[in-house]
Design a protein around this ligand. Structure first.
Ligand code: CAO
Length: 477
């Protein structure tokens, strides 16, 4: 009996000791965060050494061509592990498009797929599907920009994905949102036209124009990236993933919103800042093309500079911002315009903008665009030199900031790419060369998905990761 009592006492003493230990542990856990809102204490690590912004985020990248790859490349620059799935033997179609170096991946591909890993998987092969399911379970985000319905046809429906991984965010670029055109395949210029950009770009007396900036593809990729990051942030609270859709028509319209603004203003009278107004040409029912008129409230135009006769880029964008009107008048040798009732106020200038810009041009033509830039900025006058791609490629300050980056590729050698245009002070960008087709297939199967050597051997003969063998040529008789 006494022994049993002794044992019980010892047990309760041990339990008390254990529970007191527990209290100490709980206290540590409950210690309030420094800012009191549930966030971890601020890192003590030096700036730029606390990991990258999206470190730990795993992206299953099913994108191709431009819109989707723009998005996943940005996520990769921000530190996400982007695993690009490509069709065995073929890969992203852009690898072979607009080739400049024989046998090497094109710049079209390399400049949109930096910092990613490439795995080849035939998504229509049963073993390939099995590998994809494992990747779905492993990753946080699936990004795709196939034609409408293609992902479902692969068996990767939302229900299937969500069942395998309820935390998965499934992000898509499509040409159009739900509606009459939702099944259409769409490329860049289709989106520029359908999103309202083309009808409002160009000169009034010419046809609609598309712009060189890829606002349909790269612009939509940017929108999608924001959607993904927002969904990741919401997932922290809800624990579940969601679908993210960025339609190219919507993305273009978002970038052309000032033109929808003008459409509504038309109901209340002419658009007085458009040169068309000054020229006395009546407005129609829709926002017209406005040449190089400024899209904002400060009139502007592109003007010739010294050398324009032989250099197609010897031009400058000149803005007649109201607060610096006096300085402009002095610079161009028209000090009398400061007090002349026809020129002194912005409303007085509107009907004679063409003549005003012609006069300013007489001055800009005596200087190079860089001289105009220097002189005008000295007076706070906003101007923009028309920079050629050559000038941009050679610009040292863009190299310094990492906006233009030179990377080395094992097949094509050195090439320039556009680095991360968004700078984070605590997350240095990770800009590396694009992967070769299937370069990381075995690495991902082994190290990420944990396939054994035996399983890997089986996968290799299944046709899931390699292109089907070409039939051997019949031997000559
Ligand atoms: N294994 C096996 N099959 C694969 C595969 C893989 N790893 N990757 C892709 N495929 C298959 C798809 O399953 C699809 O097959 P089905 O038609 O039988 O379902 C097929 O490849 C082609 O996909 P797609 O229709 O998306 O490609 P496309 O070249 O015909 O069209 C595009 C290209 C861009 C017009 C279309 O994808 C699209 O409209 N995407 C949405 C909008 C978009 O992003 N446009 C911007 C493109 S950049 O200018």
């Amino acid at each position: 009996m006494a022994t049993r009592k002794k044992a019980a006492k010892a047990k309760s003493k041990a339990a008390a000791k254990k529970s007191s230990k527990k209290v100490v542990k709980l206290k540590t856990v409950k210690k309030p965060a420094a800012n009191g809102n549930g966030l971890p204490r601020p890192s003590n690590k030096p700036w730029g050494q606390a990991g990258r912004a999206l470190e730990g985020v795993k992206v299953l990248d099913f994108t191709h061509v431009q819109s989707g790859p723009t998005c996943t490349q940005l996520l990769a620059y921000m530190g996400a592990d982007v695993i690009k799935v490509e069709r065995p033997g073929i890969g992203d179609i852009t690898r072979g498009q607009l080739r400049d170096v024989k046998g090497a991946d094109s710049l079209y591909f390399t400049m949109l797929n930096g910092s990613k890993r490439s795995i080849t998987i035939d998504s229509k092969n049963p073993k390939g599907r099995e590998i994809l399911d494992r990747l779905v379970k492993y990753c946080d985000v699936l990004v795709e920009n196939f034609a409408p319905g293609a992902l479902d046809r692969m068996g990767l429906t939302w229900d299937h994905i969500h069942k395998l991984n309820p935390r998965m965010i499934v992000a898509s670029v499509k040409g159009f949102g739900p509606g009459p055109y939702e099944d259409c395949k769409v490329y860049e210029n289709v989106a520029q036209c359908a999103g309202g950009a083309a009808s409002t770009t160009g000169f009034r007396d010419g046809p609609p124009l598309v712009t060189g900036a890829q606002i349909g593809d790269s612009g939509t990729g940017l929108h999608l990236a924001l959607g993904i990051v927002s969904a990741l942030y919401q997932r922290v609270r809800t624990g579940r993933g969601q679908r993210v859709l960025a339609a190219m028509q919507d993305g273009v319209l978002n970038l052309a919103r000032v033109k929808l603004r003008d459409q509504q203003r038309l109901a209340h009278g002419p658009l007085t800042e458009y040169s068309q107004y000054g020229e006395g040409i009546p407005f129609g029912k829709a926002t017209p093309r406005a040449g190089n008129d400024s899209g904002g409230g400060q009139p502007g135009w592109i003007l010739k500079c010294k050398g324009w006769e032989s250099d197609p880029d010897a031009y400058i964008y000149f803005i007649t911002q109201a607060p610096v009107w006096g300085a402009i008048c002095d610079l161009i040798g028209k000090p009398e315009w400061k007090t002349d009732a026809d020129y002194a106020t912005p409303p007085a200038r509107l009907p004679r903008l063409r003549q005003i810009f012609d006069t300013i041009e007489q001055w800009t033509m005596t200087k190079t665009k860089f001289e105009v830039m220097e002189i005008c900025n000295g007076h706070d006058i906003p101007v923009g030199p028309i920079l050629s791609m050559k000038e941009i490629a050679d610009e040292p300050s863009l190299r310094k900031t990492g906006t233009v980056v030179e990377v080395d590729h094992p097949v094509r050698g050195k090439y320039l790419t556009v680095g991360n245009p968004i700078k984070l002070s605590d997350s240095p960008p990770d800009v590396r060369r694009s992967p070769l087709l299937g370069e990381h297939t075995e690495e991902i199967l082994r190290k990420v998905l944990g396939y054994s050597e035996k399983e890997l051997a089986e996968i290799k003969v299944s046709g899931a990761i390699t292109a089907p063998e070409k039939p051997a040529k019949a031997e000559a008789a």
